[in-house]
Design a protein around this ligand. Structure first.
Ligand code: MN
Ligand code: MN
Length: 465
C-alpha cells in the first residue's frame, strides 16, 4: 500500500533506458547514427546550412522567393547569408492564431582566424586565432584541428576551405609546453594557463628556396596557398576561417549509449528539430524551425537571432498568404508558442558540487526543460509562465515522453542563456528545452542517445499539436 502511494505521488525521474522497448532503443540508435553522420559533414554554421538546404530541397521545401503565394501545407525556407536558416510549414489554422516555433543555433565555440593571421617565428609558420564563444583555452591545445570556411576575393569569388577532415589531408595543432619546463605555467590559475594570444596554429616549417629573402617559411606557405587557391596574403582580410576539432562523432561507452562529438551545443537540437520537420506534413498551426547563428557570442548581428531577418521571413509569409495588415506581425508573435531548443548542462557526478541534484538535468533521463535560465537572482532570465509550462507538460505526458525540469547549476554558481528571451520579448510563450550535455563547450561533448530520441519525439509532438 505504502509503495503504491509513493508510486502515485512522487515524481519518479526514471532512467530512460528502463522505460523503452528494444524496438524503441533501436530507433534511438538509428536516429543517433543519422545525427552523427550529419555532424561529421556539418562542423560549422555554413556547412550545417548548406547540408540542411540540400535535405530541405529533397523533401519538398522551396525558397520563399520562389513562391508567388502560399497556402496550407506549403513548405518554405529562407536562408540568411549562408549562416542561418528559417523553415516553415503553413498550417491549416489562420496564421494570426500564432506560430509553433522551435529555435536552436548552429554556431558552436571554436577558434577563428584573425584578419591578418599569417606570421613566421624562428623558422615556423603560424596562423593567429581569436577564440569564438566561451571556451576553456587549455582544452584547445595539442588536439588535431581542421580548417573550415570561406575566402572571398574582391571580384566576389568565394573559395570554400575544408582541410583536415579527409584522412589524406594534413591537420593543424596548437602546441603546449612540455611538463619538464612548465613549472611556472602549472602554478597559474587554470583560466590563465594558456593566453588567448598564444592560441597560435602551427601550419608549416619548410623555407622557400630563395637567397637573400627573409620570412621564407611564410613565403613558402603563401606560395602553396597561391597555387592551390589563387589567393595572396591580403585575401585573408575578407575571409571567415574557423578551426574546429578534427575528431569524428562516435558512439561512446561499451553499451554505445552515448554520442561523443564536437559542436553538439547546439547542433544536436538543431539537427534533431530540423530532421523532425523534414518528416512533418500537415500541421494545424504554422510550424517554424529556426537555425540561428551567433548565439554563442550573444545573438548579435544580421545572422544572429536579435536581427530583424526573422521578422522579415514571417512578414513575407504573411504577404504571400495574402492576409497581411498593419500590426499583424505583432499579433502573430503574441499568440505564438516556442521551444527554445538549446542544450542543458548535464549533471556530472565528478563535478556534482556545482549542481543541485533535485534541480539538475541528467544524462539519459529525457528531454530537459529549463523554466528559466539567467544568473544570480534570475538576472537576464526569460522565465516561462506556469500556464505555458503546464501546456508543454501536457503534450509531453500525453505522448509518453520522458522529461525533466532543471536549472543550470546551483544558485549563484554561474548561469547562461539562449535565444529564448528574444522571441519572448516579441510576446511569444517560450520555454528552454533541449538535450543535457556533459563537457559542454569542450572540443568533445557528450550526450545520451535516449535524450536525443526524447528530443525528437518532443519536437514532433509539439509541431503536431
Ligand atoms: Mn547553446
Ligand atoms: Mn553554448
Amino acid at each position: 500500500m505504502e509503495e503504491n502511494l509513493k508510486d502515485k505521488l512522487f515524481d519518479k525521474k526514471e532512467n530512460g533506458w528502463k522505460t523503452i522497448s528494444e524496438e524503441e532503443k533501436k530507433k534511438a540508435f538509428d536516429l543517433s547514427k543519422k545525427y552523427m553522420d550529419f555532424l561529421n559533414i556539418s562542423k560549422t554554421e555554413r556547412e550545417f546550412i548548406k547540408n540542411a538546404r540540400k535535405l530541405a530541397d529533397a523533401n519538398g521545401y522551396k525558397d520563399i522567393i520562389e513562391y508567388e503565394t502560399l497556402k496550407p501545407g506549403d513548405k518554405v525556407y529562407f536562408i540568411n547569408r549562408d549562416k542561418s536558416m528559417y523553415l516553415g510549414i503553413i498550417g491549416e489554422e489562420p496564421i494570426e492564431n500564432g506560430l509553433h516555433i522551435i529555435g536552436s543555433h548552429v554556431d558552436s565555440p571554436r577558434l577563428d582566424l584573425k584578419p591578418n593571421p599569417l606570421y613566421e617565428d624562428t623558422g615556423l609558420a603560424y596562423f593567429k586565432t581569436h577564440y569564438y564563444g566561451g571556451i576553456k583555452k587549455y582544452q584547445w591545445t595539442t588536439i588535431p584541428l581542421s580548417m573550415h570556411g570561406v575566402i572571398v576575393k574582391t571580384n566576389g569569388e568565394k573559395i570554400e576551405i575544408n582541410i583536415g577532415e579527409d584522412e589524406n589531408d594534413p591537420i593543424f595543432t596548437i602546441t603546449d609546453l612540455l611538463p619538464h619546463l612548465a613549472q611556472e605555467q602549472m602554478e597559474k590559475k587554470l583560466k590563465n594557463g594558456i593566453d588567448g594570444e598564444d592560441l597560435n596554429l602551427l601550419i608549416g616549417s619548410i623555407p622557400y628556396d630563395e637567397k637573400d629573402c627573409s620570412e621564407q617559411v611564410k613565403l613558402n606557405i603563401l606560395n602553396i596557398l597561391n597555387q592551390k587557391y589563387g589567393i595572396t596574403e591580403v585575401d585573408f582580410t575578407s575571409s571567415e576561417i574557423e578551426l574546429v576539432p578534427q575528431f569524428k562523432a562516435r558512439s561512446l561507452g561499451f553499451d554505445e549509449s552515448m554520442v561523443a562529438a564536437y559542436g553538439q551545443d547546439d547542433k544536436v537540437c538543431a539537427y534533431i528539430s530540423f530532421n523532425a520537420m523534414m518528416e512533418l506534413n500537415n500541421v494545424k498551426n504554422t510550424a517554424i524551425c529556426i537555425l540561428s547563428d551567433k548565439e554563442e557570442i550573444g545573438s548579435m548581428g544580421n545572422t544572429g537571432m536579435e536581427s530583424h531577418m526573422f521578422d522579415f521571413f514571417i512578414s513575407e509569409i504573411l504577404n504571400k498568404l495574402g492576409v497581411n495588415r498593419p500590426n499583424l506581425l505583432d499579433r502573430v508573435f503574441c499568440f505564438s508558442k516556442m521551444l527554445s531548443s538549446d542544450v542543458d548542462a548535464g549533471f556530472d557526478p565528478i563535478y556534482a558540487a556545482v549542481s543541485d541534484k533535485n534541480n539538475a538535468g541528467f544524462i539519459g533521463k529525457g528531454i530537459s526543460l529549463n523554466k528559466y535560465t539567467g544568473a544570480k537572482g534570475k538576472s537576464g532570465a526569460s522565465d516561462a509562465n506556469a500556464e505555458y509550462v503546464a501546456w508543454v507538460r501536457n503534450i509531453l505526458e500525453k505522448n509518453n515522453i520522458l522529461y525533466q525540469i532543471a536549472e543550470l547549476g546551483k544558485v549563484d554558481i554561474g548561469g547562461g542563456g539562449t535565444i529564448a528571451y528574444i522571441l519572448a520579448n516579441k510576446g511569444a510563450d517560450v520555454i528552454d528545452c533541449g538535450v543535457p550535455v556533459l563537457s559542454m563547450h569542450a572540443p568533445y561533448e557528450v550526450t545520451s542517445k535516449f535524450d536525443i530520441y526524447s528530443a525528437y519525439k518532443t519536437y514532433k509532438a509539439f509541431w503536431s499539436e
